[in-house]
Structure formats: structure tokens, C-alpha cells
Design a protein around this ligand. Structure first.
Ligand SMILES: [Zn+2]
Ligand SMILES: [Zn+2]
Length: 226
């Protein structure tokens, strides 16, 4: 498999997400790379195996290319610049901050607290921290995030505060997960996703990403990457 061609497919997926908020189809990728649908499918499978993106359950479409998602999830990300009419679904609280970090863009994030249903909306950006009382719950340890990565993102939700996150956990998943301040997740998203759409992006090593977690105070077994 030609590594350059695989990289080209990966970059085209990200370019389409950045520009249009959607994933390109396999036929579209075949046309853009002047290759066959089968060749593109093979490259996408290779990228999915490397956790560079996530395919649909049937394997025939891009489902996520972190921090972007092709299907509606609980977060909407809107540029603060009213003349910029792009919109993105945020796969999770972390990914929503990640879209802003990857694009170097000030945005509005809209979601709802899973405990009380209240709308949560706020402005954020690479230099604009979210409200300190907002809380983010991670449903499972880092070692198993990729066992079901869409399911993991679906459950990385934002709550009004630590109290609502705690009450939700008691009712729905007692004793599981960890709740951290949204400001911590915002801080983590900057180096984790900041280079994701750069032309010279290189996938981070496990050690690099572990250090990014540690730099945000996310240490211990729960945060140990596989
Ligand atoms: Zn709430
Ligand atoms: Zn996510």
C-alpha cells in the first residue's frame, strides 16, 4: 500500500470536514485521488486500523475523524464570526474544544446537560477558556476508549457542574468514570488536537499523548493509554 496515497485520502477526509462539516463519500475520494473505489476502501480500512479515523459499522463510510464526526452527536460547534456559516457536530465535549483548537477558531459550543436537560452554551477558543464550573465526565478508562470509540465519545458529556455530573453517575453508572473540570478538557484539547489539520501533521506517539494528559494533571490508572 502506497503510504503517500493513504495520507492523501486522510488529508482529503479532514479537508472536507473543515470546509463542509461532513465526511466525503468513498466515490468522491476515488474521484479526487483518481483511483478506484476498492483502492480507497482499502486505504480507509488501513487508516481505521491505525485509529486515524473511524468507519461506519458497515465499513463503507467515514463515521468520525477526530475531532470531527459525520453524524449528529450532542454538541454543535459554531464559528463566532457571524460571516462564517460553517457548522460542525462535536463528537464529545473534548472533540468540541478540539475543533476550535484544530482550526484555531473562536467558536460557540451548544449542548445540553444530561442530568437536568438545561441548555449549555458558551463561547470558547484557543485563548478563551470555558466557564470554570462546567464539568465533563469521561465514562471509561483511557485503556478502553478505542474498544468502542463512538460509544466513548457519545458518553463524554458536559454537565452544568460537578454536582449534576455526580448525580447522573449515581443514577446511571454508579462508581464509574471520572469527572473533570471543562477547563482541564479545554486545556488538553489545545495540544491534543491543535496540529490535527496541519499539512505536516504526524500522528502523536502514545508517549507524547500520555505526557499531554499528565501535563493537565490527568494521571493514574484511569488515564493510562494502552
Ligand atoms: Zn444540569
Ligand atoms: Zn470524542
Amino acid at each position: 500500500m502506497d503510504a503517500l496515497e493513504t495520507r492523501r485520502v486522510r488529508d482529503l477526509v479532514y479537508e472536507t470536514f473543515v470546509r463542509e462539516g461532513r465526511a466525503p463519500s468513498i466515490a468522491e475520494l476515488a474521484r479526487l485521488t483518481s483511483s478506484s473505489v476498492d483502492a480507497v476502501q482499502e486505504r480507509l480500512t488501513e487508516l481505521a486500523d491505525a485509529h486515524a479515523l473511524v468507519l461506519s459499522p458497515d465499513g463503507d463510510a467515514v463515521r468520525m475523524a477526530h475531532p470531527f464526526t459525520a453524524a449528529p452527536m450532542a454538541f454543535v460547534v459554531t464559528p463566532l464570526d457571524g460571516l462564517d456559516d460553517r457548522r460542525w457536530w462535536g463528537g464529545c465535549a473534548w472533540d468540541s474544544f478540539g475543533i476550535s483548537a484544530a482550526l484555531g477558531l473562536d467558536v460557540r459550543i451548544d449542548t445540553a446537560c444530561p442530568q437536568c436537560g438545561s441548555h449549555i452554551g458558551f463561547d470558547t477558543g484557543p485563548t478563551i477558556a470555558p466557564r470554570p464550573q462546567l464539568a465533563v465526565r469521561f465514562p471509561r478508562p483511557a485503556a478502553s476508549w478505542w474498544d468502542d470509540v463512538v460509544g466513548t465519545c457519545t458518553l463524554i458529556r458536559m454537565f452544568c457542574d460537578q454536582d449534576h455530573a455526580g448525580r447522573w453517575t449515581t443514577q446511571h453508572a454508579p462508581g464509574s468514570g471520572q469527572v473533570v473540570a471543562a477547563t482541564t478538557v479545554w486545556r488538553l484539547a489545545q495540544p491534543w488536537y491543535g496540529d490535527r489539520v496541519d499539512p505536516d501533521f504526524h500522528p502523536h506517539t502514545r508517549e507524547h499523548n500520555q505526557r499531554l494528559l499528565e501535563d493537565c494533571g490527568l494521571t493514574g490508572d484511569f488515564w493510562r493509554l494502552p
